[in-house]
Design a protein around this ligand. Structure first.
Ligand code: FES
Length: 372
């Protein structure tokens, strides 16, 4: 049996959050947090309904893990007030060099970077304390917020692992897998030292703009067809890109839109999801690109249509939207023609993305073409 593990002394902390072992009096706060539908949805093995007895059993389990040397489970608390914010844990694998990290944050403590702080503190300690070679982290598909935390902390996306876990009903669930190696951690520390990381995804200094280039975190389910197995190909030098701008890049006959809205760089098709006009000649306002035709407006960060085209048509969910006029004026009724029917049946789908990364100052994307 592995030796007991002593919690770090002094406790891990960054002045904003502190990580400490769980205590019996954390039970009410854990119980309250685990009533949250978000935690219940994204932690598939959490008992539902969740009782205070479940919270007490969880605390006991975490204390056993320390004692038996199988895990290091921490309560995340506010450094100043000691208020309970969430949980983060290191689960030690059979191999002492491969470990996993997991976390959740109470609903009222979200959107303040609590998870990023806690995962950073724990992952650095794990590499240092256990000589870890691989730290893994998985989320359910669709848990975009948690995936953003992983990438902000320097974890790299590896892919979707089928039937990785079982849920509370013993049903198999797929997992989106991330990992971090000592080299990834060194890269991340370097980026942070350069002021790069912390607010979004992977970052490097954009030479020309003097800004920090990062890849926007976009919904995984909106990846373009064929990207799952496509290799990363070079798209552009980051130094040639400017925040707040868009440009077309053509690769082997495919016209890509490379845009840099506030959430970070995205790579998508340079085709309006309505009638394929080049979006690169439209306008970019924050995350929203305005198509040069028909007044269509699309959110580059979520893939959603913000404003349906003047022609009307079907939205991504198949709901019909009537034609409209920018001035609010009345639309002159037209006699029914094939053209009108085509407009009515034209569906405006969500944008699709090419997964991107930045390596050595080069923007690369998984585009389903053969590299030249
Ligand atoms: S082609 Fe873009 S809104 Fe119609």
């Amino acid at each position: 049996m592995p030796d007991p593990i002593n919690p770090p002394e002094p406790p891990l902390g960054d002045g904003v959050v502190t990580l400490r072992p769980f205590r019996a009096d954390d039970a009410p706060a854990i119980y309250a947090a685990c009533q949250d539908p978000g935690i219940q949805r994204w932690v598939p093995f959490l008992p539902v309904p969740y009782t205070e007895a479940d919270a007490r059993a969880f605390i006991l389990l975490t204390l056993h893990a320390w004692h038996e040397g199988t895990g290091c489970e921490f309560a995340i608390v506010d450094a100043a007030s000691g208020r309970f914010l969430g949980a983060v844990g290191l689960h030690l694998g059979v191999s002492q060099r491969r470990h996993a990290i997991g976390y959740w944050v109470a609903p009222e403590a979200r959107r303040r970077g609590v998870a990023v702080r806690a995962v950073r503190l724990l992952s650095r300690w794990a590499f240092d304390r256990f000589g870890t070679q691989r730290l893994s982290l998985w989320t359910l598909p669709g848990n975009v917020a948690s995936q953003a935390v992983a990438e902000s902390c320097g974890f790299r996306h590896e892919g979707t692992v089928r039937n990785w876990e079982v849920d509370r009903d013993e049903g198999p669930v797929d997992a989106v897998m991330f990992s971090m190696t000592p080299d990834d951690l060194a890269d991340q520390i370097e980026l942070e030292a350069g002021g790069g990381a912390g607010s979004g995804a992977r970052a490097v200094a954009g030479a020309r703009a003097g800004a920090v280039a990062k890849i926007a975190v976009v919904p995984r389910e909106l990846r373009a067809v064929g990207t799952r197995v496509a290799p990363f190909v070079e798209v552009a030098a980051v130094a040639e890109l400017t925040p707040g701008s868009m440009r077309r890049v053509t690769l082997a006959g495919m016209d890509l839109l490379v845009a840099w809205p506030p959430d970070g760089i995205v790579v998508t098709d340079d085709r309006c999801p309505h009638m394929a006009a080049p979006l690169s000649v439209g306008g970019l306002d924050g995350c929203v690109v305005a198509c040069p035709f028909h007044e269509g407006r699309f959110d580059l960060c979520t893939g959603e249509t913000v404003q349906m085209p003047t022609t009307g048509g079907l939205d991504a969910d198949g709901n019909y939207h009537a034609p409209w006029s920018p001035s609010g004026g009345e639309i002159k009724p037209e006699p029914p023609t094939k053209k009108m029917e085509a407009r009515r049946l034209t569906r405006v789908n969500r944008l699709r993305y090419y997964p991107a990364r930045i390596r050595d100052g080069i923007l690369e994307a998984q585009v389903p073409i053969l590299p030249e």
